[in-house]
Design a binder for this molecule. Sequence first.
Ligand SMILES: Cc1cc2nc3c(=O)[nH]c(=O)nc-3n(C[C@H](O)[C@H](O)[C@H](O)COP(=O)(O)OP(=O)(O)OC[C@H]3O[C@@H](n4cnc5c(N)ncnc54)[C@H](O)[C@@H]3O)c2cc1C
Length: 437
Amino acid sequence: MLRAAKLSTRTLGSSKPVFVRALSTQVVKSDFVVIGSGIAGSSAAFNLAKSGKGRVTVLEREEQHGYHSTGRSAALYAETYGSEVVRAITTGSKAEFQSEELVRLGGGVPFLKDLGLLWIARPDQLAQLHELFKATGKLVNNLQYLQNAKQVHEACSLVKTDYATAGFLEPDARDMDVNAIHSAFLRGTKLHGGEVHNGAEVVQIERTSTKNWVVHTAKGEKFEAPVLVNAAGAWADQIALLAGIRPIGLLPKRRTCINFECPAQHLSALHSMPMVFDVGEEFYFKPDAGRFLASPADETPMLPTDAQPDEFDVAFCVDRVQQATGMNIRTITNKWAGLRSFVPDKDFVLGPDDREASFVWAAGQGGFGIQTAPAAGRLVKAFACGEEVPQDLADLGVTKQALSPSRLLDRQAVSSEEVEVMVEKLMEEFASKHAEM
Ligand SMILES: Cc1cc2nc3c(=O)[nH]c(=O)nc-3n(C[C@H](O)[C@H](O)[C@H](O)COP(=O)(O)OP(=O)(O)OC[C@H]3O[C@@H](n4cnc5c(N)ncnc54)[C@H](O)[C@@H]3O)c2cc1C
C-alpha cells in the first residue's frame, strides 16, 4: 500500500471541517464494507450477505438508490454486446435473472421481457458487422444473419432500405426491469442481515493497527471492516485515492438518452420491433413503454459528476435516427444522461487490488453493468472471500486475470508522488465544491 500512514490522516474536505459533522466515537463493525449501492455494490453486497461469510454494510452517498448510472441505463440485456469477457459474464447472468429467489425479491414480475436486438450496418460498416457476428456467434448459437437491405427492413420496417445493407438479429436479447433487479439485490442484502445506509458519503478512509479499514462518512459515522469493496461507480478512483491505493485510470464518459413520441403511422411497427443498434455504436433506438428510447451513443469524457444531457447530443441523436428511419421526430418527452466508466481496455475491474488484497475493486462496468450484475456480484463475492472464479463462469472463459487490476500495466507508471498530488487535487475539488453549496 502507498504511504498508508500519511494518507490515513486525510479527509476529503479536511480543510473545511464543517463538512464532517459531530464525530461520533462509536464504530460500527462488520466483515465487509461496500462503498456504493448502485447495481455493482448491491449485487456484490447481496452475494456476500447471502454467503453467510460475514456481516455486510453498504454505504451510499445519495438518499436515493440508483440515482447515478444504475438509474439511467437503456435497460438492454444482450449477449452480443461488449467485449469477450463482458459477453461471457452477461451469458453467465442469464439463469440468475430468472431465478425464483431473485425475482421474488424484486416483486415477482419477470426481470426480462422479449425485445430482440437488430445490429445494422451501412455499406462502410460491413467488415465490422462480420467481425461482431463471428465473435458473438461463439456463445450465442441462434443469431440470424441478414444479408441485404430487404431482410433488414423485414426485421424492422422502420429501417430504410437505402440506409442499412446488412445486419444480424439476436432474437433472445431482452429488455430489463432495472428497478426491480436493483431492488431485489438491496432487499436481499437486508434480508440476509446486511445493513444499507443512505446519505452516507465516504470522506475519509484509514487503517487500524490490525489492518482493518475504518471508513468515515460526512456525517461523522465510522464503519470498520477487514475487507473494503469499492463499488463507487465513476468515483471508484477517488475512493482508491482516499484509501492510499493506486487508481486504475477510470474514465467516466457521458451517454445521452431521449424518449420521443411515436409518429402515428409507425405505431404498429413500434409494438413489434426489436431494438436497433448501429454496429459502429453511433446510435440506437428501441421501443419503451409506448414511445421510443434513443441514444446518439455518445462517449464524452468527464470528471465524475451528476451528468446532464447536452443539447448538441440530443440534436445529434434525433438526426441520426431520422436518417436511418425517415421518421419525423417532433416531440421529445424526456432526456437524460449518465456516466459509463471505463478503464483503457474497456473490461471490468473486479477483484483484489494487486498490492492490497483487502481492497476489492468492483469498477469499470462501462455500458454493461446491469446485464452482467448477477454474475459480477458473484465474482466480487468470490474474490472478496479469497475464492476462485465460480465454475460456471470459468466454463464460459472468465478468468481472474482478465478482471484483475494487475492487468492494467499503465498503473505501474503511477508513482507514490503522483498519487499524493492526485489526492491533494481531489481534496481541493471537494472543498471548493462544498464551499459553493
Ligand atoms: C445512458 C446509459 C445507458 C446504459 N445502458 C445500459 C444497458 O442497456 N445495459 C447495461 O447493462 N448497462 C447499461 N448502462 C451501464 C450501467 O448503467 C452501468 O454500468 C452501471 O449502472 C454501473 O453501476 P455502478 O453501481 O458501478 O455505478 P452507479 O450506479 O453510479 O453507483 C455508484 C454509487 O456509488 C456512490 N458513491 C460514489 N462515491 C461515493 C462516496 N464517496 N460515498 C458513498 N457512496 C458513493 C454513488 O452515489 C452511486 O450511487 C448504461 C449507462 C448509461 C449512462
